[in-house]
Write a protein that binds this ligand. Structure first.
Ligand code: FO1
Length: 329
């Protein structure tokens, strides 16, 4: 049986627009880019590279939360209240697992379990994570490329003042990101390699966009893949950073607190984000409420677009994507 999806692979010969993203925050702009390009019949130009440092194993299942958040968001299936997981999913399996005395602090829905079962099965058959993700996105009729940052397992480890070293989801979900982050490590990163698909996508891309994801927890693991920073920098494309800090606050999650606790800046700000990427990226998207930081960011050799970056509705996401592509193409 054919579904028709098989006949519309997302690869095209035109230059790619690359979006680097973590989970919920990054997925918003990824969706804006996807919908905008789709409206122009150009979604095949979009390549989203997702963080896999947040991945975990649960009862033998391989879970890739950020890839799934991106995938469900692009497929229009995400639970919009949480920003992760599937819409209208139920938790019966997890409840039963609790009855069996299994840990169940990481909420996994009944339908979401299917994703992890298929991923684990295909990986056990020898497929690479990139191939597995390609299969999942194709089945969900997503018409752009979604690539994990690498095929090898990389695990973000969070060094905290209160509880020592924690696996990422233990820090983020189990302990609700309440601990003071004093260091980060990316276990397995030294052995990771750039996949052929990422190398291909980064051959002469049109633009590379750092979505408004946490630069420490979501982007740094991607940059920890050996050769990735050099590959991104070697491209002639504009490297565009969209600030995840607006008005001194993180749009979502603990970015602002980490910025301070890692000793990077005293007061979290968009300028602090610009300092993180200075010398690496050359374009910066700054929220209107932070317009007073424009000159200081320009002094770090960024060309700055000032606009509304808080994405509440799909219209906000599409408008921001359109403005970025227009300004920096
Ligand atoms: N985030 C939570 O805050 N609590 C959860 O129980 C949780 C479960 C979960 C399950 C599947 C999935 O794809 C994502 C899930 N997330 C959950 C989100 C995830 O932990 C984070 O958003 C990312 O890892 C950070 O980018």
């Amino acid at each position: 049986m054919t579904t028709g999806i098989e006949n519309s692979p997302p690869r095209e010969n035109s230059r790619k627009i690359i979006a680097l993203a973590g989970g919920v925050g990054g997925a918003k702009l990824a969706l804006g880019l996807y919908k905008h390009l789709q409206s122009q019949k150009r979604s095949g130009e979009l390549v989203i590279i997702g963080n896999t440092g947040d991945d975990l194993e649960y009862l033998g299942l391989q879970i890739s939360p950020d890839l799934d958040t991106l995938m469900y968001t692009l497929a229009g299936r995400v639970n919009t209240a949480n920003g992760w997981g599937l819409q209208d999913d139920t938790g019966n399996t997890l409840t039963m697992l609790g009855e069996y005395g299994q840990e169940n602090w990481f909420w996994l829905g009944d339908q979401d379990f299917a994703t992890h079962i298929v991923r684990t099965h295909l990986l056990s058959q020898g497929q690479r994570l990139t191939e597995v993700t390609e299969e999942l996105r194709r089945r969900l009729a997503i018409d752009c490329q979604l690539l994990p940052m690498c095929d090898e397992p990389v695990r973000t480890l969070v060094e905290t003042a209160e509880a020592g070293q924690l696996a990422f989801q233990e820090y983020f979900v189990k302990r609700r990101a309440n601990d003071t982050v004093i260091g980060l490590a990316f276990e397995g990163a030294a052995e990771a390699t750039i996949s052929p698909e990422i190398r291909q996508a980064l051959t002469d891309p049109a633009m590379i966009i750092f979505c408004p994801s946490n630069p420490y927890l979501s982007i740094r693991p991607i940059l920890a893949v050996p050769g990735m920073p050099e590959l991104l920098r070697s491209s002639a494309a504009n490297l565009v950073v969209v600030s995840p800090i607006v008005g001194g606050q993180a749009l979502k999650g603990p970015a602002a607190a980490i910025m301070s606790s890692l000793g990077q800046v005293e007061t979290p700000s968009a300028l602090g984000i610009a300092q993180v990427y200075a010398g690496f990226a050359q374009r910066f998207v700054l929220d209107t409420v932070d317009a007073d930081q424009k000159a200081a960011i320009e002094a770090l050799h960024f060309r700055v677009l000032v606009t509304n970056t808080v994405m509440k509705t799909d219209e906000d996401k599409v408008r921001l994507a359109q403005e970025i592509l227009q300004e920096f193409s």
